[in-house]
Design a protein around this ligand. Structure first.
Ligand code: RFL
Ligand code: PHB
Length: 393
């Protein structure tokens, strides 16, 4: 098989890249390890930055998002029995975020890409990328028990943290930075109305909690849990009880409970691989970096990588330019590191790390400072809505 851009992974980054390239007449083939039903069944992120929303509009997959997505101008910090609203719109000159689940983003992208004749091989794990230092890299994958090969101009590794693209590069050519946090998030999805119409991030002596949502009738809640915790140990009632304990009393009494649609545990990690380009192999999204979910940045970073990578590939095919391909890794990484820093800082501010009482007092002092400082609220708001993409023309 032969294509222009071989893409590993049909998550948001691979699909968005395929879609943006297709709209410019550039062909691609996506190979995806999992089945279509598996990929479309995953519950993940829920908050889209302005830049992500604009990119989805550019990809012409925004119809349902613009109809059903919820625009949020603010979010709330709960601590020490009180609440502080961070007014994102006021602090950033009118910017906001869109609440629209990653599951739906993925559905919209798949539907548009397949509808336009795009090629996705499901149940087709890539096993390696070869000859990426030449101008004919080869993507090797398995389908129906057989090794197959796609000869490409470029390969995009959009295959997540456990993918093979990054692992195809010898260890001495890549630098990895990693931090594992000593806790995870236990999440529930339930068809109950959200407790409030905006998100609440709660710092509590028992641990962090988050009130989020997918729609006016579907809620997503999280509580900090131990790394050794298992979903099987948590009944729905135990989850709701623990959530309510960690929220301010007036919020806790408003929580509507219901049976789970899904419950899962996610470990928290910060991870960056440098560089993000190896000859004609490019890494994007979770394949190159992971953030703890506290800042809601994972999916948004995948989108900003694709913003840079799609422009670089389009400039190559349309204008025979290689300068943007050369600049891709550094430009993407500058934005990645800022989001890594924000997510690490916000995680540190909100979670219980140990039983030392000074730790909690210091967090409450910092949250109190934020509550009283326009400068601190502006810093939080501009990071949360998403830092601007740099000029890449
Ligand atoms: P994805 O979505 O992981 O997609 C990668 C795709 O590559 C496939 N794959 C392969 N395909 C072919 N051959 C191989 N050898 C392959 N190896 C892997 C995988 O099956 C998959 O379909 O990465 P992408 O596209 O870069 O998108 C990134 C986002 O998905 C990710 O950053 C966020 O979902 C992170 N994340 C969250 N972010 C948030 O902002 N808020 C959240 O609440 C949130 N919750 C989560 C999350 C990530 C999770 N993971 C990765 C376990 C919850 C979980 C459980
Ligand atoms: C979610 O709704 O899943 C969500 C929202 C905000 C976060 C993380 C996850 O920071």
């Amino acid at each position: 098989m032969r294509t222009q851009v071989g893409i590993i992974g049909a998550g948001p980054s691979g699909l968005l890249l395929a879609r943006l390239l297709h709209l410019q007449g550039i062909e691609s083939i996506i190979v995806e390890r999992q089945s279509k039903a598996h990929v479309l069944g995953r519950i993940r992120a829920g908050v889209l930055e302005t830049g992500t929303v604009e990119l989805l509009r550019e990809a012409q997959v925004a119809h349902r998002m613009d109809r059903d997505g919820l625009i949020h101008d603010g979010f709330n910090l709960a601590f020490d029995g009180r609440r502080q609203r961070i007014d994102m719109a006021h602090r950033t000159g009118g910017k906001h975020v869109m609440i629209y689940g990653q599951t739906k983003v993925t559905e919209d992208l798949v539907e548009a890409h397949l509808g336009a004749g795009g090629q996705i091989f499901y149940d087709a794990p890539a096993v390696g990328v070869e000859e990426y230092s030449t101008d004919r890299p080869r993507l090797i994958f398995d389908k129906n028990g057989r090794h197959q090969e796609i000869v490409c101009d470029f390969v995009a590794g959009c295959d997540g943290y456990h993918g093979v693209a990054r692992q195809s590069v010898p260890g001495n050519q890549i630098t990895l930075f990693e931090k594992i946090y000593p806790f995870g998030w236990l999440g529930i999805l339930s068809d109950v109305p959200p407790v409030q119409d905006e998100l609440i991030y709660a710092n509590h002596e028992r641990g962090f909690a988050l009130c989020s949502m997918r729609s006016p009738t579907r809620s997503r809640y999280y509580i900090q849990c131990d790394l050794e915790d298992r979903v099987e140990k948590w009944s729905d009632d135990a989850f709701w009880d623990e959530l309510r304990r960690r929220l301010p009393a007036d919020v806790a009494e408003q929580v509507t409970t219901g049976p789970r649609l899904e419950m899962s545990i996610a470990p928290l990690r910060s991870f960056v691989a440098e560089p993000m380009r190896f000859g004609r192999l490019f890494l994007a999204g979770d394949a190159a970096h992971i953030v703890p979910p506290t800042g809601a940045k994972g999916l948004n970073l995948a989108a900003s990588d694709i913003y840079y990578l799609s422009r670089a590939l389009i400039a190559f095919y349309k204008e025979k330019r290689v300068d943007l391909l050369d600049r891709y890794s550094a430009a993407a990484l500058r934005r990645v590191w800022k989001a890594i820093r924000f997510s690490w800082w916000f995680t540190g501010l909100m979670h219980k790390y140990d039983d030392d009482p000074i730790s909690h007092r210091l967090q409450v002092a910092e949250l109190g400072y934020i509550a009283g400082s326009a400068a601190a609220q502006t810093a939080m708001a501009e990071n949360y809505v998403g830092l601007p993409y740099e000029d890449f023309t």
